[in-house]
Design a protein around this ligand. Structure first.
Ligand code: APR
Length: 277
């Protein structure tokens, strides 16, 4: 029996004993869809300084840097396809095992794989809001606005980052003409929670209410380094509900896990869904 098989049998047994799960996912579940993680398997940050919410709101150059990098990076997320891990969680939801799926990812791959009961804890990158009139734009519409206002391109090296971000030279970012709201010409912001921003209280409350009703918390592909996700592990522990981790690397909740499965999420969850559904 290989290690994926062993882990899958353990997870199946756990789910049979705890049939109502809340699932929390992180960047690791989308790694097989070509979207990089933020941290490595030791939980170490892999990238440059992330955009801070306050700086985005107050500083035009920060918005210019964000939108220039997003102009080249958006197609990576737009064109990403769900992988077996996303489909397996949708299957487990259809089979009645998943009461709620809380994702820290903003790529909408769970919904595209068929999951219905999903909370995008950190928002969604396929939607953009006007900071003045709050009008919502589809991100692809904003891609058209970027193209229309910037009749130039950049053919240099591009390093893909998480969240539809890419690394391009600062002087290229400074050339960008910002996209503007189609209605009022206001500044635009992706419908996501940047670093330093806070998750809407009602969104957190929905997740906590679901956790109260669940039998256990299953965390897949998250380092749990950020309090925003980790708080659900702490709450599960306070409620006396077991926490299961699917992660080949270290997480902040390793010491509280009932079960730590180190197989990669794709093959493990696909085999588990096959067995259970
Ligand atoms: N299967 C399971 N886990 C995997 C896989 C895989 N195939 N590949 C990588 N991982 C694990 C890594 O070991 C790592 O622990 O995925 C985890 C990714 O951790 P992070 O990059 O820290 O992602 P996440 O936990 O989602 O970050 C949470 O932090 O940067 C902020 O807002 C951002 O939503 C993000 C939040």
């Amino acid at each position: 029996m290989d290690s994926v098989d062993q882990d899958s049998r353990a997870l199946c047994a756990f789910i049979r004993d705890h049939p109502r799960l809340v699932v929390l996912t992180g960047a690791g579940i989308s790694a097989d869809s070509g979207i990089p993680t933020y941290r490595d398997r030791r939980g170490v940050w892999l990238h440059r300084e992330p955009i801070q919410q306050q700086a985005f709101l107050e500083d035009e150059n920060t918005r210019r840097r964000y939108w220039a990098r997003s102009w080249f990076g958006w197609p990576v997320v737009r064109d990403a396809i769900p992988n077996p891990a996303h489909y397996a969680l949708a299957q487990l939801e259809a089979g009645g095992s998943v009461q709620l799926l809380i994702t820290q990812n903003i790529d909408r791959l769970h919904q595209r794989a068929g999951s219905r009961r999903v909370v995008d804890l950190h928002g969604r990158i396929d939607r953009v809001r006007c900071l003045s009139c709050t009008r919502v734009h589809a991100r692809e519409t904003v891609q058209g606005l970027l193209q229309a206002r910037n009749r130039w391109t950049y053919r240099g090296p591009v390093a893909t980052r998480p969240d539809g971000d890419v690394d391009i030279p600062e002087d290229v970012c400074r050339r960008l003409v910002l996209p503007r709201c189609e209605l009022c010409q206001g500044d635009l912001m992706p419908d996501v929670v940047f670093f330093g921003g806070s998750v809407p209280r009602r969104r957190v409350a929905t997740c906590m209410d679901s956790l109260e009703q669940a039998d256990a918390l299953l965390c897949v592909g998250s380092s749990l380094q950020v309090y925003s996700g980790y708080r659900f592990c702490r709450r599960a522990q306070q409620l006396g509900k077991p926490v299961v981790l699917v992660n080949p690397g270290l997480t902040r909740a390793d010491d509280m896990a009932r079960l730590k499965l180190t197989s990669p999420a794709g093959p493990l969850l696909a085999r588990t869904a096959e067995r259970l559904c």
